[in-house]
Design a protein around this ligand. Structure first.
Ligand SMILES: [Zn+2]
Ligand SMILES: [Zn+2]
Length: 388
């Protein structure tokens, strides 16, 4: 294994300029969820140039793709190395998905060279629209992962972790409908939709005290009326409910719905809740596979940090209920630069960002190699996955 490890790491190092180029191209051409036309075409070209067949539009998602070594038939066991490449509105690659794509490309190219004729189980899967669009959930529903046994990616962050939990999430619009009237001349004729919204918002704040610590509710009011002298006939907001299990996520969502319905009743208004798909599932960790990740992190000199308990959500949550996944984090910043910021985007192409990119590619390639070549590891991973 040591010799193999050195071989994989040397191949990633030899690809360094190509991988920096991938990361920089994506950073300079940021495209938001499901608009990643240039990014996916560019990545497809890189893979073709390195001997992969590329199927664009995988799972009927236009900007998704699946790349597989051109000179090998597909075989099992199979591993999907996942490339994200969507950016955020206004701040570009503030979540660092340019690094995710570059590291996954690096892992796939290095592994193809090492595995040679035995690379039939190697896939690079381009998964768009992580930010709010749930590309992986759509692709999983379309069967893209049906013949695969594990999925792997890394995410840049401020800590080095082989994995951590992520919350399930429901995103929904909340609207109230009342009746307009002159706010001074005939307020008794009006029904105030904004009052209903404010009552609902206050009700949700009161609800928080009675929720388990993993629950999160956060929202904004996007419309509160048109003029102060008109009783608002329409108010609208956008909310997220998150929790650590599917059951509790759904339970909290129902409590929030009751807040809205009660508020509507109090104001004499009506309300409407529109869930915006996809609903995200909490991330199901696979500690057997994470143990392999951790061993590889240590082998290439990445110190493992303590989890600080910060939790978000991702569409890999949905995928982790379909097949075993890893989603380790590698630090490109210290804790003072938050993700989803311009500073984080800038950090992806600093010397530290570049160094992390190569380490991430090595970590993924080594873990995928372990998985493809060790029946014993696959057995442990499978048993753990099926024991939930
Ligand atoms: Zn993000
Ligand atoms: Zn992200």
């Amino acid at each position: 294994m040591d010799q193999m490890k050195d071989g994989i790491c040397a191949r990633v190092d030899a690809l360094a300029e190509t991988l920096y180029g991938v990361s920089e191209f994506l950073k300079e051409h940021p495209e938001t969820a499901y608009q990643e036309y240039e990014s996916s075409a560019y990545l497809g070209r890189v893979m073709k140039d390195h001997g992969f067949d590329v199927q664009a539009g995988a799972g009927d998602v236009e900007t998704a793709f699946v790349a597989h070594p051109a000179d090998c038939a597909a075989t099992r066991p199979a591993v999907a190395i996942l490339a994200e490449y969507d950016a955020l509105p206004a701040i570009g690659h503030g979540c660092g998905h340019n690094l995710i794509a570059a590291a996954s490309v690096g892992a796939a190219l290095a592994l193809k060279e090492v595995l040679g004729d035995a690379a039939g189980g190697l896939f690079l899967v381009g998964t768009p629209a992580e930010e709010g669009g749930g590309g992986k959930a759509r692709m999983a529903d379309a069967g893209v992962f049906a013949d695969m046994d594990a999925a792997m990616m890394f995410h840049p962050g401020h800590l080095n972790l082989p994995g951590k939990g992520m919350l399930g999430r429901i995103k929904f619009g909340m609207e109230f409908f009342g009746r307009p009237a002159h706010a001074s001349g005939s307020p008794d004729k009006g029904i105030n939709a904004l009052d209903a919204m404010v009552t609902a918002y206050v009700g949700i704040n009161a609800l928080r005290q009675h929720l388990r610590p993993d629950a999160r509710i956060h929202g904004i009011i996007t419309h509160g009326g048109d003029a102060p002298n008109i009783i608002p006939e329409h108010a609208a907001g956008l909310f997220y409910v998150r929790a650590g299990s599917r059951t509790y996520r759904d339970e909290v969502f129902e409590k929030v719905r009751k807040c809205a319905e009660g508020a509507a009743m109090a104001a004499g208004a009506t309300c409407r809740i529109d869930v915006q798909p996809p609903v995200l599932d909490p991330y199901r960790r696979n500690l057997s596979l994470e143990a392999a990740v951790q061993a590889n992190m240590e082998a290439i000199g990445i110190p493992v940090d303590e989890d600080d308990g910060r939790r978000g959500s991702s569409d890999i949550g949905n995928l982790s209920h379909v097949l075993p996944c890893i989603h380790p984090y590698l630090a490109i910043v210290d804790g003072d630069i938050p993700s989803h910021s311009e500073g984080f985007c800038a950090a992806t192409t600093t010397e530290r960002g570049r160094d992390t990119l190569l380490k991430a590619a090595k970590m993924l390639a080594l873990t995928a190699y372990n998985f493809l070549t060790s029946a014993e590891l696959r057995q442990r991973v499978k048993e753990e996955f099926e024991s939930h």
